[in-house]
Design a protein around this ligand. Structure first.
Ligand code: SF4
Ligand code: SF4
Length: 168
């Protein structure tokens, strides 16, 4: 290769780099006048869509009774085998029970190491007992912490109302 062709190749490379840099900078600079999307969460609310599938919550009815009737439909619908339930019976009258039905979930667990947040469980549930909440702060340090029990999921029903979010 002659010296002249080497010089021409180098000049072409320099022009290509300059063109790429100019293109990149033009995109960056074009964003400066636009409205900023950064939110100082948790001091400011973060915008979340209604359909967002966050951490699940087990719901209660207007009387404060657990809605789950331990029918296992959510576990059957789950493609990831992430839901574990053990049912039990509570023969006491409605006023004395924690649950809306005699049949209830003594144990209800979701393993978020398996869950793919598909929402099938919520669609299968006949009593709207299992729903996706809006919580997205659920990072943990160990796999064991990814398994959430019934008490935790019931508390999520209360926590969801206190999240610093703006639903749209
Ligand atoms: S969201 Fe999907 S993967 Fe997760 S528990 Fe429900 S059905 Fe299973
Ligand atoms: S959460 Fe719903 S679908 Fe799952 S066991 Fe309870 S009532 Fe049945």
């Amino acid at each position: 290769m002659s010296i002249l062709s080497e010089i021409i190749g180098t000049v072409k490379d320099v022009i290509d780099v300059a063109r790429s840099t100019a293109t990149g900078m033009s995109i960056t600079l074009s964003q400066i006048p636009k409205a900023k999307k950064t939110v100082s969460y948790p001091e400011e609310p973060v915008t979340i869509f209604q359909r967002f599938r966050g951490e699940h919550m087990l719901t209660r009815n207007a009387d404060g009774k657990e809605n789950c009737v331990s029918c296992f439909l959510c576990a059957a619908a789950c493609p990831a085998d992430a839901i574990y339930i053990e049912g039990a019976d509570d023969p006491r009258p409605y006023a004395e029970r924690e649950t809306q039905d005699h049949r209830y979930a003594k144990i209800y667990r979701i393993d978020y190491g398996r869950c793919i947040l598909c929402g099938f469980c919520t669609e299968a549930c006949p009593t709207d007992a299992i729903k996706h909440g809006h919580n997205f702060e659920w990072a943990v340090y160990t796999p064991g912490e990814m398994v959430k029990d019934k008490e935790y999921l019931l508390k999520n029903f209360e926590r969801d109302k206190d999240l610093n979010i703006k639903l749209v």
